[in-house]
Design a protein around this ligand. Sequence first.
Ligand code: BG6
Length: 254
Amino acid sequence: EYIKELRNISYLEKKLEKILGLQKVKLVNGAVPADDIKVEIGRMASQLLKKEIKDGDILAVTGGTTLAQVAAEMTYSPDPYDITVVPGRGGLGENVEIQANTIVAQIAKKLGGSYHLLHIPDNIAQENIHPLIKEPSIQKTLEILKKANILIHGVGTAADMAARRGMNQKEIKELLAAGAVGEAFGFYFNYQGEIVYSTSSVGLNLSDLETIDKVIVVAGGENKAEAIIAAVSNVYQDILITDENTAKKIISLK
Ligand code: BG6
């Protein structure tokens, strides 16, 4: 029975790799309570990260509850890694527990690396961005971020993320009417994977993802199936970690 289950999972992984055009898809077992799915994804992602990173790397991470689990599940490294961890984008709108800055500090501590933070809110007025990015501490982080060679980020549904980022009802309605389905680090995608809106913050742009060696995306839960289809493709990401049920849902939609 166990072997059959494993075979089934690797079949689904291969199938999803093909559908999304990704280098690798890894699935956690779907037969656990919904709340545990994020924990399982966090554990799998933290193990994968530890295998992927090497000394000298610059690791960029986003915020979110899934990334918070990646940080929580990561084990302390007895031998410190010589790496630098930075947030992928500014974004101080969310609860501090799930802000990228918090997750950056936690991951760096567990790996024994160093980190730089980005204290810039999401949805900051355009005219305020310019003076802010002249700040030496912010400039420094942005310079390091530009050299990131590995990125791990989450994906959310457009509706959830818009609400979490403090958009009002009218703005959310407009965003959804414009076709937004999925979101990743401030970019909102329609079902076809086109960007329909982006928050005004600083940090990585989507075009930067094409040059980052390894982009890992973590997102689970069947309610995110469409968001994953929208925001994940071989243009940007290399590895997807999700769960069995979400994989099945994506396959049924495609
Ligand atoms: C945000 C990230 O903080 O979290 C996004 O910037 C992501 O990339 C979102 O879409 C996902 O959050 P969660 O809580 O569903 O993992």
